[in-house]
Design a protein around this ligand. Structure first.
Ligand code: AMP
Ligand code: ZN
Ligand code: ZN
Length: 399
């Protein structure tokens, strides 16, 4: 009797420990760059609508500030705010390092980043991970990369990405990744060129929608416990080139360096520039704004979690759509993102698979909550402090 009791206890412990360790769930995480929250309906994405309807949809997903590609992808994959993972824009400078970052620079130097990306979190806990592109997925965070990955090429064929995802999932169990990640830039590129309402953008949405429909079908055919999570990084606003703000016409000051165009301008003080110099340049820039942009106040920066940390700029000019900053003259695009949060900047969240509820729509969800959500589905533990408690996405889970 005593023996039986001990065996039963032991068995329950082992089962419990197993449940904590590894859920048998696979997660396929896809990012569709610039896929605005309302594109499914607006541009008739039938497959995505179906995947969402049979699973979970976030009616809108809130990106982090600034609503740019690299800050948001890094936030999704680390659960950290940009000031904490370090990628505060697609391009920025670091006054302490006296160096500037631009997209993809982590491939040669991962010291730009903090945090544990999900692919490493999985690998550290005995699961295999694979990425067919994701911003900075070929960088060695803490000396590690995903088990399988590619160096980024914008021109790599989309169908090949689907083939590779399926092949990875057909590997024998010891080599098979339980976390598979991929990225598609088409909808963003076309959205910039023609604007969010354009026929060309509709066609791009349809093309990506067909790929997602195919992916879902082929995942189903594998008969594994696969969860498909499809997200985007931000939305897209219409730009009116004739409302461009030419930086060349703004007050100049050689004590400062101007970085970036688009919805925001980051301005860095050169060495030996005093606080008084900064205040006086801010005042001149404010005076020149004439309602076209704002010089962000410390309060606004705190609200956006974008305090000055040597990377985020001593002065930030922020405009609103349909305006955008050009170096000089007018911008040559009809859509962009990088504005402070509004509906136009809201992103997409869809999840479908055995770990998720079926047929529910959540209110606005938070992209920082994706990290703990996926860790939970994979049955892996968080190994560091993150900027999320997962709250907006826990209701997506079955258990
Ligand atoms: P954005 O300017 O915020 O629209 O940035 C989107 C651009 O980032 C796209 O044109 C992509 O080609 C580029 N991009 C995406 N992933 C990577 C990567 N891993 N390395 C370099 N560039 C990338
Ligand atoms: Zn993007
Ligand atoms: Zn973009």
């Amino acid at each position: 009797m005593k023996f039986l009791l001990i065996s039963a206890l032991l068995l329950s412990f082992v089962t419990h420990a197993h449940a904590l360790q590894n859920s048998n769930n696979t997660v396929v995480l896809i990012s569709l760059d610039g896929f605005r929250w309302d594109y499914i309906e607006k541009h008739g994405a039938k497959n995505l609508a179906k995947i969402a309807k049979q699973g979970v949809r976030g009616s809108k997903m809130q990106p982090v500030y600034p609503t740019k590609t690299f800050p948001n992808h890094l936030s999704i994959i680390t659960g950290l705010l940009p000031i904490n993972h370090g990628v505060v824009d697609n391009r920025f400078c670091d006054t302490k390092r006296a160096e500037c970052y631009s997209m993809g620079k982590g491939r040669d130097d991962s010291t730009w980043f903090n945090g544990i990306p999900l692919w490493n979190l999985a690998t550290m806990q005995g699961l295999k991970s694979a990425t067919y592109f994701w911003p900075e997925s070929d960088a060695r965070f803490n000396g590690m990369t995903p088990d399988y990955y590619y160096h980024y090429s914008k021109h790599s064929d989309y169908q090949n990405r689907i083939e590779q995802i399926i092949q990875w999932l057909k590997l024998p169990a010891p080599q098979r990744p339980q976390l598979v990640i991929s990225y598609f830039s088409l909808v963003d590129s076309i959205g910039h060129k023609y604007g969010p309402d354009a026929e060309q953008t509709k066609q791009a949405v349809q093309q990506v929608d067909a790929l997602m429909g195919q992916l879902q079908q082929r995942l189903d055919a594998l008969e594994q416990e696969i969860n498909l999570v499809i997200v985007s990084d931000h939305g897209m606003s219409t730009v009116e080139p004739n409302q461009s703000i030419a930086i060349s016409n703004l007050p100049k000051d050689d004590k400062f360096m101007v970085k970036n165009t688009g919805p925001r301008v980051l301005i860095y003080a050169n060495e030996n520039t005093t606080a008084a110099d900064i205040s006086s340049y801010k005042a001149r820039l404010s005076k020149a704004a004439k309602g076209r942009y704002t010089v962000l106040t410390d309060n606004q920066r705190a609200q956006y979690h974008y305090q000055n940390n040597g990377r985020t700029g001593d002065i930030i000019l922020q405009t609103t759509a349909p305006r955008s900053f050009a170096d000089s003259g007018e911008v040559n695009y009809l859509g962009t993102h990088g504005y402070a949060y509004s509906d136009d900047m809201a992103a997409t969240f869809i999840a479908n698979g055995p770990a998720f509820k079926q047929g529910i729509t959540l209110d606005k969800v938070n992209n920082l909550d994706i990290y703990p959500l996926i860790a939970k589905v994979l049955g892996i533990e968080l190994l560091s402090k993150i900027d999320s408690d997962g709250a907006t996405l826990w209701p997506a889970l079955k258990n």
